[in-house]
Design a protein around this ligand. Structure first.
Ligand SMILES: Cc1cc2nc3c(=O)[nH]c(=O)nc-3n(C[C@H](O)[C@H](O)[C@H](O)COP(=O)(O)OP(=O)(O)OC[C@H]3O[C@@H](n4cnc5c(N)ncnc54)[C@H](O)[C@@H]3O)c2cc1C
Length: 309
């Protein structure tokens, strides 16, 4: 798509960038440019922008790109990253409405002040929109358990509310309407004592720090844990965790170019600095092949790979 574009940038309060390098914002620090990056500030921005996008042009909502591996050739079409006013936090009865652009960890901290417990979000990078789309979770909690409804736009710019019965949350995914851009969600958090919630978050943070390379350029867990495939493994007593299989395949510390399987947590891949998306993806595929060869278990990518090679 040429940067000749289909819109007049001046009619929006949000920002439009052409050929924007996603490596600048992705957690893995890799990835080519997206043709158009639109950062709407308001609902009105989005509702006026979307109908102007030609039907053949791909639209993808992005959050903090903490679960995305954008390939080196870049992302065709339009990426939509919510900014500005999409960070509301509003309480009503025991429910909370969250703008989808809020950072998940910030939500956990803010809610804890008022005795609302979404402590598991404290250690998950990214935004509320991304956490819902991925049904993000840790330490036995999943986003889908808390979501009551979501609101947002379809590709044509139609604004809709979807109730939880119509969202199928699964392990690390949720079946949203096609191309749906979540702008906000209503959640029902548990209640608890501020002190207890904050202590829990502190413990989760130290546990993470101890066991995962969270300060490196990474996307967290590369592969889903292959539960349900236990019968394929001869030693059924081992825990069916992706990290365990990768470790037992001898891949801790394996490198391709500047991409490495973390020594601290073998289900994390790290950009050592200057890695290409291709190196990271090749390393992932090498891991999948090696684990399959040894255990006959096929690992599924948790990290979402997008874009042109
Ligand atoms: C160090 C580290 C630790 C991690 N630990 C965990 C963990 O414990 N548990 C876990 O589940 N994940 C974990 N992750 C992965 C990641 O943080 C989560 O999946 C996160 O919720 C993604 O949010 P995001 O805003 O970055 O989404 P992105 O990575 O930008 O996008 C992910 C998906 O969400 C979609 N999406 C984003 N915003 C919207 C929106 N507004 N509307 C519709 N769809 C949208 C995108 O299209 C894409 O399909 C970890 C990542 C890192 C780097």
């Amino acid at each position: 798509m040429s940067s000749a574009a289909f819109v007049d940038e001046n009619q929006f309060s949000g920002l439009i960038n052409y050929c924007f390098p996603l490596s600048k914002i992705s957690w893995l620090k890799v990835g080519g440019p997206v043709d158009v990056l639109f950062r709407p500030r308001t609902l009105d921005d989005l509702s006026r922008f979307l109908p102007l996008v030609p039907v053949e042009v791909n639209i993808m909502p992005i959050g903090a790109c903490s679960n995305l591996l954008v390939r080196d050739g870049g992302l065709p079409g339009v990426a939509i990253k919510l900014g500005g006013r999409f960070a509301e936090i509003e309480f009503k009865d025991n429910l909370v409405k969250l703008g989808a652009g809020n950072f998940s960890s910030k939500v956990a901290v803010n809610l804890s002040e008022l005795g609302y417990d979404l402590s598991f979000l404290r250690t998950i990078p990214g935004t509320i929109g991304g956490a819902i789309a991925m049904n993000a979770g840790c330490y036995g909690n999943y986003m889908g358990d808390y979501v009551q409804s979501i609101e947002g736009f379809d590709k044509s710019g139609k604004f809709t509310r979807v109730s939880r019965e119509n969202i199928q949350f699964e392990y690390r995914s949720s079946f949203l309407p096609k191309n749906f851009i979540i702008t906000s969600a209503v959640l029902k958090p548990k209640r608890g004592k501020k002190r207890v919630i904050q202590q829990r978050m502190k413990e989760m943070l130290s546990k993470r720090e101890e066991t995962q390379p969270i300060k490196k350029a990474t996307c967290g867990s590369t592969f889903k844990n292959p539960d349900g495939k236990a019968s394929l493994i001869s030693e059924t007593s081992i825990e069916l965790k992706a990290w365990n299989l990768i470790d037992r395949a001898g891949l801790r510390g394996k490198k391709i170019g500047r991409a490495m399987v973390s020594k601290k947590h073998p289900n994390f891949m790290i950009n050592l600095g200057g890695a290409t998306a291709e190196e990271i993806e090749s390393l992932g595929e090498y891991v999948r092949k090696s684990v399959y060869k040894k255990f006959k278990v096929s690992l599924d990518w948790e990290v979402i790979r997008v874009g042109r090679k």
